[in-house]
Design a protein around this ligand. Structure first.
Ligand SMILES: C[S@@+](CC[C@H](N)C(=O)[O-])C[C@H]1O[C@@H](n2cnc3c(N)ncnc32)[C@H](O)[C@@H]1O
Ligand SMILES: [Zn+2]
Ligand SMILES: [Zn+2]
Ligand SMILES: [Zn+2]
Length: 411
């Protein structure tokens, strides 16, 4: 937010004043200030978080005051500002939305009851301050994700559902992270010398399979068939039609809080054509023995991040619980819009395919992305492709996918 703070603002910066303001039924705004240490009237406003702590109508005071939290300053330096000092319509709107959301939750019986008028205002205040802090934390996380990712599509984060903030033990990675003892070969042993990889005998043919893509960059091979893309040894350039997964996610995606109790989920912010590459599933690469060990330690939720690489052997598993990309947040559906494929690019070791998720149909902007946790690269439902640990310990998770064909459980 730009603009200059107008002269004549009041400064009530102590916690006691804040409480006093609350009791006097003021409207408060949490705002943040940029670098300068000056708290004077010419201080620049940039970003703010708004907390609506009352209805603003007051018998004793003729003006509405907003609590301002200055960026980079502790709460003890918060100040109260009259409405005319604020040049942040978006934040005021957010403030009003937060209050509205809170009150509608109250009405639905999710929060405190409306009868208890005395408790209501501090409760709204608390909610709005938490919401403001959550918004800052999610924005920081979104910035971090976008700094770390190395693909084209942007990553957004949104929670309009509850007060959950960023996950505490999750680290964004772009590619497999092998654990000690596992080596991922990063240079292929063979590369093509085609002048046109679409028409000539190219890398897929060398591996005994068909080229996976059509001219529109859509996958045309059936699930269960491996993808062999051109690699760093190939003579072709970046525009080769056989280089799709290696270019990374092209779509802007949003990690959002689901409203059906599935925690975080992922939705696309743009339309995705059918049979298009959407994202790769990455995580730590561990041995099956290690997966067995972790599977027993993890609760049922953690277990669903273990993805067995069972294309040709079952020696390795991808664990996306702590290290992963956006795919960490993709939920399960019994009628999914993404399908798993095994991909080989620079690593031609068939025990260690890369896992790519392709759309099975057109996916409209705003739709949640899902894949079938039990339908792995083979296209068949195989109960051993996901490691749930010893049978006696297995707790079945009820599936909330809502599909007509829902199987009832995730596992
Ligand atoms: C790979 S994670 C997906 C991201 C997860 N929702 C989160 O908040 O991090 C898998 C977990 O999400 C939840 N989940 C995913 N799909 C679900 C579904 N269809 N029904 C119920 N819970 C689901 C379960 O808690 C499951 O253990
Ligand atoms: Zn090529
Ligand atoms: Zn090639
Ligand atoms: Zn289901």
């Amino acid at each position: 937010m730009g603009g200059t703070l107008r002269p004549g603002h009041r400064k009530l910066s102590r916690r006691g004043d804040i409480q006093q303001g609350l009791n006097r039924n003021k409207v408060h705004v949490l705002l943040k200030k940029t670098g300068s240490s000056s708290m004077g009237p010419r201080a620049k406003w940039r970003k703010s978080e708004i907390a609506n702590l009352g209805n603003g109508k007051n018998a004793n005071w003729d003006m509405e005051y907003y609590l301002v939290k200055w960026k980079g300053w502790p709460d003890s330096t918060n100040t109260w500002e009259p409405l005319q000092n604020l040049k942040c319509p978006l934040l005021l709107q957010q403030f009003s939305n937060d209050k509205h959301n809170y009150l509608s939750q109250v009405k639905k019986g999710k929060a405190i009851t409306l009868n208890n008028n005395k408790a209501l205002k501090p409760a709204i205040a608390e909610y709005i301050v938490k919401k403001a802090k959550q918004r800052i934390a999610l924005q920081r996380w979104q910035d971090e994700l976008n700094r770390r990712k190395n693909h084209t599509g942007m990553i957004f984060v949104e929670n309009t559902v509850d007060l959950e903030g960023p996950p505490s033990d999750f680290y964004y990675i772009n590619e497999y992270k092998p654990t000690p003892g596992i080596s991922l070969v990063n240079e292929a042993t063979f590369g093509c010398s085609c002048t046109d990889c679409f028409f000539e005998k190219c890398c897929p043919a060398e591996a005994g399979v068909l080229l996976a893509y059509n001219k529109n960059q859509q996958i045309k091979i059936p699930p269960g068939t491996p993808i062999y893309e051109c690699n760093s040894r190939c003579q072709c350039g970046p525009d080769c039609p056989n280089r799709i997964v290696q270019k990374g996610t092209q779509y802007s995606l949003c990690i959002f809080r689901t409203s059906n109790g599935c925690g975080w989920g992922v939705k696309t912010l743009v339309k995705i054509k059918r049979m298009s590459f959407v994202m790769e599933y990455v995580g730590e690469v561990i041995t099956s023995e290690e997966a067995e060990r972790r599977g027993q330690l993890y609760d049922n939720k953690g277990i669903t991040y273990l993805f067995d690489l069972d294309y040709e052997s079952d020696e390795f598993t991808v664990d996306a619980a702590r290290y992963g990309n956006v795919s960490h947040f993709v939920n399960h559906s019994c009628d999914p819009n993404l399908q798993v494929f095994n991909v080989f690019i620079d690593n031609l070791d068939t025990r260690l395919p890369r896992i790519a998720l392709f759309s099975t149909r057109t996916i409209n902007a705003g739709e949640e992305l899902t894949f079938d946790y039990q339908m792995k690269g083979s296209g068949d439902i195989s109960s051993d492709s996901i490691d749930y640990g010893p049978a006696k310990k297995r707790v079945r998770t009820v599936c909330k996918c809502g599909a007509v064909t829902c199987r009832g459980y995730l596992n």
